[in-house]
Design a protein around this ligand. Sequence first.
Ligand code: FAD
Length: 346
Amino acid sequence: MTSTSLNIAIVGGGIGGLAAAVLLAQNGHRVRVFEQASRFARVGAGIQMTPNAMKVLRRIGAEPALRKIAFQSPAGISREWDSGKITNELKIGAEIEERFGAPYLFMHRADLHAAILAALPVGIAELNRKLVGVETSSRGATLAFDDGECVTADVVIGADGVHSLIRESMLGPEQPRYTGRVAYRTTFPAALMGSERITPVRTKWWGPDRHMVVYYVTANQDEVYFVTSQPEDAGWVTPESWSAKGDLNVLREAYAGFHPEVQAVLRACPEVHKWALLARDPLPRWVEGNVALLGDACHPMTPYMAQGAASALEDAAVLSRCLQDIGADGINAALRRYEATRKPRA
Ligand code: FAD
């Protein structure tokens, strides 16, 4: 091993984990990503990538592909739930790119994931690798997987999401608080709307106590996404899950008085997923020895500012810089520098 090539294990092959893997591999480190899923599924969800996130994706090499496939909205508008009156308009097309030096794009989450994965050298991401235990030592950490294998590494990055086992092993079980609200979301082919279409602009429909965001996730406007936020009884609260299904009838009922464009979307969508919106306090620390947390594992957010994945991408960029030209002796100091840089912003 040279003084700059570290053996780095990343647990979790989500947006944050894969982005960190690409950037750390670009720096010459020997990286392995361990992902519990057996395949990367195309779950029904769109995602907004703001210019800060796009700058990291540019460094990863994913920008040209995303520009081709993603939807670029000229504006983000707010509309009244019933009358449809526009109450606010934010220029997020060419103007925002000129101002911040990167575009603001809307895409399918799976297309974003695939674009990052395409930048990763083959063989680095390992599927069917569920972490069941982690032990830190003065020289790194040992990971135990459910297939019985143990892997040691100089550095371990816990990018294992909102239910992070690595965070739990570092800080104990957490006690998230239910906000009293849930998000329903899905993507579906625009053709299911028949002759009806959504306005080709990212639109937030504001009701008195609930709202819905609707946008296209593809450049050719053939796939629609929406995500809601609305109050719902605490009777139903399961851990956040990308696969938990919601009841379409309950959703349609909740938005019954909304504008005809919202009704058209809800009529056309064939199924919907549901996500409990939970709140958490900031963690006391993100680093222990040579183990660091990244993304939702250390700063899960409610989705209102569209910054969860963007923050995970920022984490990946800063982490890779902190671990540049570092020998084994400098790892803990580099990880603490990463935490000190990222924690206040996250
Ligand atoms: P994840 O994407 O959750 O990835 C974690 C990975 O770790 C998963 O693949 C999981 O299978 C794996 N894993 C977990 N445990 C183990 C284990 N024991 N062993 C091995 N692997 C394991 N953010 C934005 O920037 N823009 C948006 O528009 C936006 N919209 C959102 C809308 C909704 C409704 C929600 C809920 C979130 C939204 N977010 C958005 C936030 C964003 O989705 C998350 O912040 C982001 O996905 C976090 O990425 P991550 O890599 O940290 O975690």
